[in-house]
Write a protein that binds this ligand. Sequence first.
Ligand SMILES: [Zn+2]
Length: 409
Amino acid sequence: MRKDDGAATTSAELRAHNLARLLRAVHDGGGRLTRAELTRQLCLARGTATVLVRDLAGRQLIEELTSPADAPDGVKVQRTRGRPTGVPSAHPRGPVALAVDLRDDSFTLAAFELTGRSTVLDRQERDVGSGTGVLADVAARLKIRRRQFGDRVVGIGVAVPSPLSGGQMVQPTLSDWQGVDVAGVLGAADPGPVLTGNDATLAGLAEARRGVLRGVSVALHLHVATGIGGVLLTEGLPVTGAHGSAGEFGHMPLTGGDEPCRCGSVGCWELDAGARGLLRAAGLPERGDRMVRAEQVIAAAGTDPGCGRALARVAEALGRGIGALVNAQDPEAVGLSGLAAGMYEAAPAEVRAGYLATLMRFRRSDPPALLPSTLGGLGALTGASELVFDAFLTPRGLGAWPAAARKTA
Ligand SMILES: [Zn+2]
């Protein structure tokens, strides 16, 4: 009896492992791979793959279509009847990750399906002032959306605008966020798992999974906003440090100033190459929405000589810092998001001049490519959703999926 139980457990474990692998492959492939392609990729026997696909479909985790769900308009999408050319895609009642991009003056909430397709559900601005007020608003929206999606919600991912150490915000822009554990605060109001990550780290994770750094074995990603954050990724996984606060590249003295920074250090790179650096170079006050105003400086650079000079100076400082980081990290490619993408597109020669000036000579013949993000404003949200799916797409995560209970409902 006991022996049989043991054998059954092992076989069940193997099956759970393969189900998670297959579902992970559907997720990573964005719902574009046919069953035959997935079978080859995972080295499964054809019969095994058929059984696994049927199992996942029965549990409402996937449904097989005759062509990818995001096929161009006019291409008719039909359900298949078990052909290997079927494309396992997100089930209409399948798992959903809710993702929040938290800012000090606003937040965005989106839903992500298994294959990465997203819908922005809420975008709320508010006057800068109360950080706890923003979190209360986020909790209220999450409650409404959780009711809407019900047991399809497999977790909540939150991109946080502060370095995190042990899950706590250690350098937020709002004073009442100091030391706050966002996952703890939102988790108290919500039964599902709440996972948090630094917004720049998650922007890099998103590029590695769905953007310009996909398939890059060692990648550096830089996100420029008011400050500069980023992440080093190896094989698509962020290197986040012992406490989760690595990647604070903006707080390195890469451009050689000696001005004190709000972080407690001096001569930080972000003072020269972030939004504040751009506003100061343009002779503009640093008040108000610095990101919006910095974007205006970039947009006006072609017609306003003052803005043009400011952009050139800051773009060169951006490039110099990138060269120094490439010397240190030896990445295959460098992703750029936020203002960095806009600065590179508006002033590529200046960024490259700074980059090549600080790059060690032996690297200059074949410098790592600079790749502006194509995810736009969805980067941090996409990264937050990946945190949720990373936790869900495991035998344990799938074990908690409730579709079996509602199948008969
Ligand atoms: Zn600093």
